[in-house]
Each structure stands twice: as structure tokens, then as C-alpha cells.
Design a protein around this ligand. Structure first.
Ligand code: PMP
Length: 411
């Protein structure tokens, strides 16, 4: 049975932390989640009991560490329905997206091709494509966003209808307006018009919050970060179709990723190792394994149900506050638990600062999605984001902090 009050007991920081003399209400999980004791302990156990480098060792510790590292890969792959051979551990979602930009888009797209992404993206799913575009020569197009924070389907269909889209990169869930995009439907439309196109999904916000299956999503590449899904910082995942990875050149060169090196040249290791140059994030993989085990035990369907409940309460409560506007879709089923809002006449940075003094941690700014935030007619928003350890009882604290902020600035 999913019970957020019981779950909170597994999170030392959530349970114990006070700020400015008040019990912390942590509403910034879209930036990074807090970590359960199981993750912290699993990483400490690795360092205390079997810390060693992986893959090359012949001694017992190295074997234990390698086993744990590969078990983590298998668990993470299972969590998103992917083939472990296609699961590359990276530093974060950003690095996973850069890998696809440099090793796929830069090589496989060229003059006459369209790389299609959207105006809803995090900079991590915009800047890598912009970086490789001049060399590759493809046309970079963006699906516009409607005033209610959804992809403009007419514009999408028009661009896809050219038959020239060879890569479509889209977020599954917006980190600003919360919108959940119908990825499989969009992917199907792209493939119908351009059978050789590949679909890249930014799952940084969705994998932590929604049941995820790469096949059901119809994604060729799925990118996400460990730290937003109860795991540690320093590890991300690229879950790709192995045959695509096999045909791609390496992204970074060095140890681990080679099969043989001579001064004349190098042959590369098999996938996914070809894309894991240098010592990988071993402790972090162990921590991420504990995180996906924790989430799987709760059940991702139950996680989603809990967040729908929180969303229903939060959107209703926010809209009832005079002067507050909630951005993005208002129907909880169309969105995830990252809720951006505006308070008439107040700047998000001022809002965030005063709310912090009330013990409520929200994020203020452009959320690394400047083109999207501009469509909201502003340079910044205030964002409250929820996760498994948040309770419906915390929503009045959010509202009280907003009321306190309004009072502060109208004194
Ligand atoms: N995409 C989205 C939608 C995100 O919200 C984020 C993190 N804010 C990223 C990508 C990048 O994640 P990371 O910084 O962990 O690489």
C-alpha cells in the first residue's frame, strides 16, 4: 500500500531537516529528488565493503564490484523495458543527449534533412543539436507551443509531412509546465512520413514519475538522470536500441571502450562499453540500482496515482488564491507533478526567496528552458514540484507561503 507518510520515514533529510526554524516542505524534486536511506546505505556499503575498479580486475573485490555494476545495468534496463546491451551509463541526461547529438545526428543527418525538436525542451535537448548543426548541415526546426503549454499539433504535422524529418527529439514531460506529450503517437506520425527517422526521448522528468517502457514509447533513444529518481548525482542513462549503438562511432575515447589499441589505430569494445570511456560511475550505479528497486517496490503505477492526487489538490488550491495563475494543462491526467505558476505583480525570484523563509523550497527562474518560458510571456516562473514523499497535508503550507509572500510585498 502506497503511503507517503510511511515513505517519508525512509528519507532522512525529508524527515529531519528544518530551514529558517521551520520544518522543510521540499517542493523542488524536478530539480533533484531526495534520497532514501536504502540508496545512501547501498553506496556506503559499496565503499566500505567492495570498492574496486570494474571490468579489468582479476581479484575478488574487482569481481564483486563488476557484478554489482552490471547488476545495476540490468535493473535499470528492466525498469524502462530496455535491452541492457543498449543501456549506457553516462554522467547525466545531458551527457546522454550529447552522445546522441555527436555520435548519431552529426554523422547521420545532413543537407536536406530536418532535425525536429520542440519549443518545450530543456536546454539539454536543444543546445546539443544546435552545436552539431553547423557541421552536419541539417535544418533544425522546432514545434511551437500553444498558449496552454502543449505542442502545436498542426505545425508538427506540417513539418513531419515534408518527409524530411530524420530525427525527432522530444521531452516526455515538461520540467516547466508539466505537460505529458503523446510521445508514441508523435513517433508514429514521424515514422509514417519518414521510415528511417529515429526518435529521441528526453525522459529526465518522466522516468522518475511515470511507468516507462521504451517499446511502448516507441523511442529509439531514451535519456534520463539518476538524481531525479531517488538515485545519486553523477549518473545518467542512455537506453538505446543496441543495433543503433553498434553502428555509431564512440563519443569519448579512452580506457574501457577499446578492444585493441596500436599506435596506428584502435578497434572498439562491444556495446554498451564502447560508449563508457574511463572508470564509470560505479558507486552511483549501485545507488541507482537501489533507487529503481525502491521505486519498483512501491510500483510506478502507485507513484503516478499518488502524484495525480497531489496534482488535483495543488492545482485547485493554487487557482483559488487571488492573483495566482497556473501555467500548462490544468487537467492532472495531461500533466506531471511539476507546477509552474505566476503571482500577479511579483517576480519569481522574490516569491521563491520569501517562500523559502516560510520553509517552502520551490524553484524560481527560467528552469533551463528559456524558449518555453518566453512563450508564457515572462522571463521566469515559480515552480513547485512534487514526489513520493510529498503529502496532501503539505499543500496548505504551499498556499500559506504564497499568501505570506503576497502580504510581504503589499505591506
Ligand atoms: N531534461 C529535462 C526535461 C530536465 O528537467 C533536466 C533537468 N532539469 C534535464 C533534461 C537535464 O538533466 P541533467 O541536468 O541531470 O543532465
Amino acid at each position: 500500500m502506497f503511503d507517503a507518510t510511511t515513505i517519508r520515514k525512509d528519507f532522512p533529510l525529508i524527515l529531519e531537516r528544518q530551514v529558517h526554524g521551520k520544518r522543510l516542505v521540499y517542493l523542488d524534486s524536478a530539480a533533484t529528488s531526495q534520497k532514501p536511506r536504502a540508496v545512501i546505505d547501498a553506496m556506503a556499503r559499496y565503499y566500505e565493503e567492495y570498492n574496486a575498479n570494474v571490468h579489468r580486475g582479476v581479484h575478488a573485490l574487482a569481481e564483486e564490484a563488476t557484478e554489482a555494476f552490471e547488476a545495476a545495468r540490468a535493473a535499470v534496463a528492466r525498469f524502462v523495458g530496455a535491452d541492457p546491451r543498449g543501456c549506457v551509463f553516462t554522467k547525466n541526461a545531458t551527457e546522454a543527449l550529447n552522445l546522441v547529438a555527436y555520435s548519431y545526428a552529426r554523422r547521420r543527418l545532413g543537407e536536406g534533412d530536418i532535425l525536429l525538436t520542440t519549443q518545450m525542451e530543456h536546454h539539454a535537448n536543444l543546445v546539443p543539436w544546435q552545436l552539431v548543426q553547423p557541421e552536419a548541415g541539417f535544418e533544425l526546426r522546432y514545434v511551437p507551443v500553444t498558449p496552454d503549454g502543449r505542442l502545436d499539433r498542426t505545425a508538427f504535422d506540417e513539418i513531419v509531412g515534408t518527409g524530411r524529418v530524420k530525427l525527432f527529439a522530444v521531452t516526455h514531460m515538461s520540467n516547466v509546465v508539466g505537460t505529458i506529450n503523446p510521445v508514441a503517437e508523435l513517433a508514429g506520425a514521424v515514422r509514417a512520413a519518414s521510415p528511417e527517422a529515429v526518435v529521441v526521448v528526453d525522459g529526465a522528468q518522466s522516468v522518475p514519475h511515470l511507468p516507462t517502457d521504451v517499446l511502448a514509447l516507441d523511442a529509439d533513444f531514451l535519456c534520463f538522470s539518476g538524481h531525479k529518481m531517488l538515485g545519486p548525482t553523477g549518473i545518467g542513462v542512455l537506453a538505446a536500441r543496441p543495433e543503433l549503438l553498434e553502428a555509431m562511432p564512440p563519443f569519448l575515447g579512452g580506457g574501457e571502450m577499446i578492444s585493441n589499441v596500436t599506435l596506428e589505430g584502435t578497434t572498439f569494445n562491444e556495446v554498451p562499453y564502447k560508449f563508457e570511456a574511463g572508470t564509470p560511475p560505479i558507486a552511483e550505479a549501485v545507488g541507482l540500482h537501489a533507487a529503481v528497486d525502491y521505486l519498483s517496490t512501491l510500483g510506478m503505477d502507485a507513484v503516478r496515482r499518488h502524484e495525480l492526487d497531489l496534482l488535483g489538490h495543488a492545482i485547485g488550491a493554487l487557482e483559488a488564491v487571488e492573483g495566482v495563475t497556473v501555467h500548462g494543462p490544468h487537467q492532472p491526467s495531461d500533466r506531471g507533478a511539476a507546477v509552474s505558476f505566476a503571482i500577479a505583480g511579483l517576480h519569481p525570484h522574490d516569491i521563491g526567496t520569501i517562500m523559502d523563509r516560510e520553509g517552502v523550497a520551490v524553484r524560481a527562474g527560467h528552469h533551463c528552458a528559456k524558449p518555453l518560458v518566453r512563450t508564457l510571456g515572462s522571463a521566469a516562473t515559480t515552480r513547485a514540484s512534487f514526489y513520493i514523499y510529498n503529502t496532501v497535508e503539505e499543500i496548505p503550507a504551499l498556499v500559506d507561503a504564497i499568501e505570506a509572500t503576497k502580504r510581504f510585498f503589499t505591506r
